[in-house]
Design a protein around this ligand. Structure first.
Ligand code: PLP
Length: 371
C-alpha cells in the first residue's frame, strides 16, 4: 500500500464538476484581474473569520508582509514571533524593515509561549506575531492582554489555521477574529487550497483594511494616484473562483481531518515512544498537520518511507538558527524547546480522503517500528 503525505487528486476528482464551471465562467468573462469572484471570496472569508474585511492578496507571505508594512517600521523596530514556523513568518518581518525577535514555544502545542513573549517586550517592540501552528490557535487571550498593556499590535499568522477556533470565556473566537490583522495562505496544500498561489488578510479595523487595499495595488486606491509605495499583490480571479467553489467543503474537510487525528490517537495511544499532538483546552484544531513527537525520528521516517508512507519534518531548523539570521546572535541552546521540537517532530498523512485502511497501515507501520 502507498500512503502519500498529501494527495490532492482525490479532492480534485470529488469537486471538479463544481470548480471547473466556475473557472470557465471567469475565462468566458475575461475578467482576470480583480473580477467579482475576488470580492465575493473576501466577504465569505471575512465572515468565516468573524472579521469586517477581507483583502485578497497574492500569497500567504504577502498577507503577512503587507500588514507589517502598514506599521511603517523603522530600523531596529522589533516584532516578537515564534522560531518554530515556516520561514515566511520571519522573512516577512525582515522584508518589512523590522527585526524578528524569536521567543520559545510551548512544548505541547508548539505555539508561542505568552510568558516568553512578555519577557521579550522592549521599548522597540511594535507587534506580536503568533503563528497558529499546524491548525490550532495560540493563546490569543494572553497575547492580547500583553499587547494591550504594552500598546502593541497583534498580527496573526493563520496560514495553517483557517476555520480554527478557540473558546475564550465561553465564546468561540475564530482565527482572524481577535488580532489586528490576520494573514491566510491558500497554498494548494492548505486546508483551503487554491490551484496556485493566493492569500488573504482579514481585519475588523476599517482604516487598516483601506490601507491594505492600497498597499496591494501599488499604494493607491485610485488608478495612477499613489499616496505611498505599495506593490502588485492581487488575488488572481481564477484562484478566487477555485477557492469560492471549495469553501463550502472546508468545514467537512477539517472535521474529517479531526476524525483521522482521533483515529491515529487511539491507534498509537500505548506506544511509549510516540507522543500524539496536544490539543489545548478550548481549542478546536483543524489539523492542517498531524504532528507527532517521536523517539529515533529519522529512523522512523526511513522505516515509513520504505513502507511507502509519506511523512515530513515541519520544521527541521528553527528560524533563530537559520544562516540568514546569524547576525541576530542566537546560539544553539538559545531557544531549547524549539530546538528540541525540530529534533523530534514528524508529520503524518492527514488529508481528508484517507481511508481507514490507509490509517491502519500507517499505525501498524509505526507500531512495528517500536516493537
Ligand atoms: C505558518 C506559515 N506562514 C506563512 C506561510 C506563507 O504562505 P504562502 O506559501 O502562501 O506564501 C505559510 C505557508 O506556506 C505558513 O505555513
Amino acid at each position: 500500500m502507498n500512503v502519500p503525505l498529501l494527495d490532492l487528486v482525490g479532492q480534485y476528482r470529488a469537486i471538479k464538476d463544481e470548480v471547473l464551471p466556475a473557472l470557465q465562467a471567469v475565462i468566458e468573462s475575461q475578467q482576470f484581474i480583480m473580477g467579482p469572484a475576488v470580492a465575493q471570496l473576501e466577504a465569505k472569508v471575512a465572515e468565516l473569520s468573524h472579521a469586517r474585511h477581507g483583502v485578497g492578496c497574492a500569497s500567504g507571505t504577502d498577507a503577512l508582509l503587507l500588514p507589517l508594512k502598514a506599521l511603517n517600521l523603522k530600523p531596529g523596530d522589533e516584532i516578537i514571533t515564534s522560531p518554530f514556523t515556516f520561514f515566511a513568518t520571519a522573512g516577512a518581518i525582515h522584508n518589512a524593515g523590522g527585526t524578528p525577535v524569536f521567543v520559545d514555544i510551548e512544548p505541547g502545542t508548539f505555539n508561542i509561549d505568552p510568558a516568553a513573549v512578555e519577557a521579550a517586550v522592549t521599548p522597540r517592540t511594535r507587534a506580536i506575531m503568533p503563528v497558529h501552528l499546524y491548525g490550532q490557535m495560540a493563546e490569543m487571550e494572553r497575547l492580547l492582554a500583553i499587547a494591550q498593556r504594552r500598546g502593541l499590535k497583534v498580527i496573526e499568522d493563520a496560514a495553517q489555521a483557517i476555520g480554527a477556533r478557540r473558546s475564550i470565556d465561553g465564546v468561540w473566537r475564530m482565527a482572524g477574529e481577535l488580532g489586528w490583522v490576520t494573514g491566510y495562505s491558500f497554498f494548494p496544500s492548505k486546508n483551503l487550497g487554491a490551484w496556485g498561489d493566493a492569500g488573504m488578510m482579514v481585519t475588523s479595523d476599517d482604516a487598516a483594511a483601506e490601507r491594505l487595499r492600497k498597499l496591494r495595488l501599488h499604494g493607491g486606491a485610485k488608478m495612477y494616484h499613489h499616496e505611498e509605495v505599495g506593490t502588485n499583490s492581487r488575488l488572481d480571479t481564477l484562484q478566487a473562483a477555485v477557492l469560492l467553489a471549495k469553501l463550502p467543503h472546508l468545514a467537512d474537510w477539517s472535521s474529517r481531518r479531526r476524525e483521522h487525528a482521533a483515529y491515529y490517537g487511539a491507534g498509537l495511544a500505548n506506544v511509549g515512544a510516540v507522543r500524539a499532538p496536544v490539543v489545548a483546552p478550548g481549542n478546536e484544531h483543524i489539523f492542517h498537520q498531524y504532528t507527532l513527537r517521536v523517539e529515533r525520528r529519522d529512523a522512523l521516517q526511513a522505516h515509513l518511507k520504505a513502507k511507502g508512507i509519506g511523512s515530513a519534518i515541519y520544521y527541521p531548523i528553527p528560524l533563530h538558527r537559520q544562516a540568514c539570521f546569524a547576525s541576530l546572535g542566537y546560539k544553539a541552546g538559545s531557544l531549547p524547546r524549539s530546538e528540541q521540537a525540530a529534533e523530534d517532530v514528524l508529520s503524518l498523512p492527514i488529508f481528508p480522503e484517507l481511508t481507514h485502511a490507509q490509517l491502519d497501515y500507517v499505525i501498524d507501520a509505526i507500531r512495528e517500528f517500536y516493537r
